[in-house]
Every structure is written in structure tokens, then in C-alpha cells.
Design a protein around this ligand. Structure first.
Ligand code: ZN
Length: 403
């Protein structure tokens, strides 16, 4: 690994100020050491690898704050096979889409914790992982056919399961409060699953142990209950209400809208990227019908949350991960976010939701050098993020597609 790397002659989108500006970025031992104004390559940097990026756009690596690693689904797979598949998907997201960090929302057998350690150590190359381990639901809960959901019943059982997760090394706890778009008839997004005792106990042990709760909550009552009990983030929020929006502000909680779950059906796909993805995913008509029945409210609450200034980070809940963040970025813009709002949600705000904003999420001196270079300006069109030229993780070039 080169100790020093200079990315010269860039247009820098640092995700601190709104616009791009000419700059060169000096990276030393994995961190951003210096940002030189102007586009000329610095002359004072000796012993460095200098890459002239020739006016391309340099920005923080992308984040996806709601991921599951399986793609395609392997129902009969062993833990070893799943681990290899997940590692390959994560590696592909990093090197082919510039996703340098992810927050997991349900992974069986704590495979996300194992991969996090492998990627952090440098033995394997992959994105940074903020790991949640198992998706904790109930019997007759959500996502039971996925293999990553663990049904728990009773307050004491939730406490025990959460303690196991903590001991296993997770960064946050994923709790499943409601149904969703994909699932059997008794798993609809307006169904809430926890008894009051289960809800209290699960949040209480998380509070006691300082664990952030990532709450899958898709109806207004569940969103509000989770916010009142101290949830760190609400995932999905297909249906909310005014009181919920007020509670987000009062509690300083985050919203991760996962627009792709309701927006990506054959009749709604518009761009070539969306059409390709929808055709490849090929969901059953019944699932598409459920998505289309929910999309109007989902879009409206996303737009209202955005307008109300609710803290929001970008998370896709889509797979494969190499397609996911870019699809979700496009949907944010389609629903009315500016390209800058979407990009910041996928960089600095995603780092904040993971508690990593001191180290990551923007291009600033002293931060870790997780960077991407793209050919055209993503602030004009987020689709330009697909024209990836370079991916740098921890100061090391992990993908170079300039040729
Ligand atoms: Zn999910």
C-alpha cells in the first residue's frame, strides 16, 4: 500500500459546502492529509503516487444505510456458502458502485459482524459495515421466509436475544415492529406485532446497554411508539402522521424511507436502469400490487418529512447491492429531493446515522479517505454516479475504471 496518494486536478464535492470546486486531495496512511485549492497538481508532494483525475468529480464514497447481503436467495445454503455469497456481493458494491459503507438491517448468523472484521483487517476487500445481526421479529412476524429473520416471543426472550446480539458484536439492534410489502396475508404493513410488554422490554435493554435501535415500522402507531421509546431510526415509514413528524424532531431520530420497496414495479419504472432492474427482479404480481397500493402514501410521507426537515439517510433495502444505492438515489430525486439532498443523504447523513461522522462521510482534512471519482457532475444528475472512474477505500485504490 502506498503511504501517500494524491488525487490531482479534481472537481471536489466535499459534501460540506453545496457546490463542486477545483482541488487536489492528498491522502496519507488512509486519511485525508491535505486539500489543495486549484486544479494544478501539487509539486511539493514527494514520494507520492499522483493520479491526475483530469477534471473529474471527486466525492465521498457512497453509503447504503439499509442493506441485506443475500442475492440471489439461496434457501438451502450452508452458513459457509452464505458467507461467501455475502462477501462477494459486498465486494461488488464497493468496486463496481463505489459503496464504501453499509448499515445492515438483517443478516443471519452474525455474518455481517464476521465480514466487518474481515474487511476492517484488510484480509478481504469490502465496504465498511455497521452491523445489526439478525432481524428480530415475532412468530407470525415479517420476513420469516428470508432466512435472516429470527422469531422471538415474550419480553424475557427479547431481552435474551438482544443480549446475544450484543455479545456477538453488533453495532445496533434491528427490531421489526410491523409487517411490510412482501409477505403472507397476515404480514401487512398496517399490522403491528409486539405486545406492549415485548416492546417495553426490548427498548429498555437496548437503552440500558447503549444500543441504537433500528426500527422497522411501517404504520403510524408503530412509528410513534418506537420514537417515544427512543428508536434511533425508523425504517420504511410507509404510513405516518403529523404527530410522528413532530416526534422525529423532538427526539432527534432518523428516517430511512427505502423508497425502492414501493416504487420499483413494472408500471412505475421509468429510467432504463429502473426498467432493467424491475425485469431482472421479476417480483410476483401480488407483491407489485401491494407496492402500488402503498406507494401514494409512502411518497407523500417522504415528501412531508423532507419538507419538515426530518433527519434522513439513504438506505435502499434492495439487492444486489451494486444496483441498490444508485436506484434509491434516483427515486429520491424523482420524488422531489434535489440531487444534493440525495447525495448528502447517501454520504454525510448516512455516516451520521451510523455514528461515524467524525471519521467519514465528507471530504475533510483528518477524515478517513473513502472516496470515489466519477466522470460527470452528480449534482446535475445523480445518474452520473454510475460513470465510476475510481474507488478509494482507506486511502487505497480498490477499483480503477479509468481505462
Ligand atoms: Zn430491510
Amino acid at each position: 500500500m502506498t503511504a501517500r496518494l494524491v488525487l490531482a486536478n479534481a472537481r471536489l464535492i466535499d459534501c460540506v459546502v453545496p457546490d463542486a470546486r477545483p482541488a487536489s486531495v492528498v491522502v496519507e496512511r488512509g486519511r485525508i492529509a491535505e486539500i489543495l485549492d486549484g486544479r494544478g497538481a501539487p509539486t511539493a508532494v514527494t514520494g507520492a503516487t499522483v493520479i491526475d483525475v483530469a477534471g473529474m468529480y471527486l466525492l465521498p464514497g457512497l453509503w447504503d444505510a439499509h442493506v441485506h447481503f443475500e442475492w440471489p436467495r439461496l434457501p438451502e445454503a450452508s452458513i459457509a456458502e452464505l458467507t461467501l455469497q455475502y462477501a462477494a456481493n459486498a465486494h461488488e458494491a464497493l468496486t463496481e458502485a463505489g459503496v464504501t459503507a453499509v448499515r445492515t438491517a438483517g443478516t443471519p448468523h452474525l455474518i455481517d459482524v464476521a465480514l466487518k472484521r474481515a474487511f476492517d483487517s484488510g484480509r478481504l476487500v469490502g465496504p465498511r459495515i455497521f452491523a445489526g445481526g439478525w432481524f428480530l421479529t415475532t412468530t407470525a412476524g415479517h420476513a420469516l421466509a428470508t432466512g435472516f429473520a429470527r422469531p422471538i416471543d415474550g419480553a424475557d426472550a427479547f431481552v435474551a436475544a438482544i443480549r446475544e446480539q450484543i455479545q456477538g458484536g453488533v453495532d445496533h439492534i434491528k427490531l421489526n415492529l410491523t409487517g411490510g410489502i412482501i409477505g403472507p396475508a397476515w404480514d401487512r404493513h398496517w399490522h403491528s406485532f409486539f405486545t406492549p410488554a415485548e416492546l417495553e422490554a426490548a427498548f429498555a435493554i437496548c437503552r440500558q446497554r447503549g444500543m441504537k435501535v433500528m426500527a422497522h415500522a411501517a404504520n403510524a402507531e408503530a412509528v410513534k411508539a418506537a420514537l417515544r421509546l427512543g428508536a434511533h431510526s425508523i425504517e420504511h415509514g410507509y404510513v405516518m402522521d403529523d404527530e410522528a413528524l413532530t416526534l422525529f424532531g423532538e427526539r432527534g431520530a432518523w428516517y430511512v424511507p427505502t423508497l425502492g420497496i414501493t416504487h420499483l414495479t413494472p408500471s412505475q419504472a421509468t429510467s432504463p436502469r429502473e426498467k432493467r432492474y424491475v425485469a431482472e427482479r421479476n417480483l410476483p404480481a401480488a407483491v407489485n400490487a401491494r407496492a402500488e397500493a402503498a406507494v401514494g402514501e409512502h411518497r407523500a410521507w417522504f415528501q412531508r418529512a423532507l419538507k419538515a426537515g426530518v433527519k434522513m439517510a439513504l438506505g435502499s433495502d434492495l439487492r444486489p447491492l451494486r444496483d441498490a444505492a444508485l436506484l434509491e438515489l434516483g427515486l429520491w430525486v424523482k420524488d422531489g429531493a434535489t440531487p444534493r439532498q440525495a447525495l448528502w443523504a447517501a454520504t454525510r447523513h448516512a455516516a451520521e446515522i451510523c455514528g461515524a461522522a467524525d471519521e467519514l462521510g465528507t471530504v475533510e482534512v483528518g477524515k478517513r479517505a473513502d472516496l470515489i471519482v466519477v466522470r460527470d457532475n452528480p449534482l446535475d444528475d445523480v445518474e452520473h454516479l454510475a460513470a465510476l472512474a475510481l474507488v478509494v477505500k482507506d486511502g487505497r485504490v480498490v477499483a480503477d475504471q479509468r481505462g
